[in-house]
Design a binder for this molecule. Structure first.
Ligand code: NAG
Length: 148
């Protein structure tokens, strides 16, 4: 079973990372494009997507299902326990701030082993996401991609 990975990009605005504003802008733009078909598919609203990118855990079914869709569209998945970034979505983060990238990878791995798998993919992905948000906060690692 493929399991989505929650690197959850993170970042920015605060410039607490070494990632340049240009790159940041590109990631945000790309994320907005990626999430578009997910809104149509799940019925989630644009507000849901902004909240999600800001690190707020969705409470509605639509918002919860959007999370899994997003990571799938972004090409971020676990495949047989092996982390895959199929589209190179995170390459720029890896290049510009390897420490930040490594910290995010570690958190994602931890959450993957801590959160029990569930048949309800939307609930499962939401739990993983929440775990990532919690651990990022605890480690003082920036989380949100956008802020409003
Ligand atoms: C995240 O933190 C909140 C608030 O402390 C807690 O209620 C929730 O259970 C935590 N979730 C996970 C998945 O760790």
């Amino acid at each position: 079973m493929k399991v989505l990975v929650f690197i959850c990009f993170a970042v920015f605005y605060t410039n607490a990372t070494n990632i340049s504003p240009e790159t940041l802008g590109k990631i945000i733009q790309k994320s907005k494009e990626i999430v578009k078909p997910c809104l149509e598919r799940t019925g989630a609203t644009e507000d849901d997507s902004v909240d999600f990118m800001a690190g707020k855990v969705p409470t509605t079914k639509e918002g919860k299902c959007m999370i899994g869709c997003f990571f799938k569209e972004a090409g971020l998945e676990y495949d047989n326990g092996q982390l895959k970034d199929k589209n190179g979505f995170l390459d720029v983060i890896k290049t510009e701030d390897p420490d930040f990238y490594a910290a995010k990878m570690k958190i994602s791995q931890e959450c993957h082993s801590e959160i029990p798998e569930s048949d309800d993919e939307c609930e499962y992905n939401t739990k993983l996401f929440e775990c990532n948000v919690n651990k990022s906060k605890a480690a003082n690692i920036p989380f949100s991609l956008l802020s409003r």
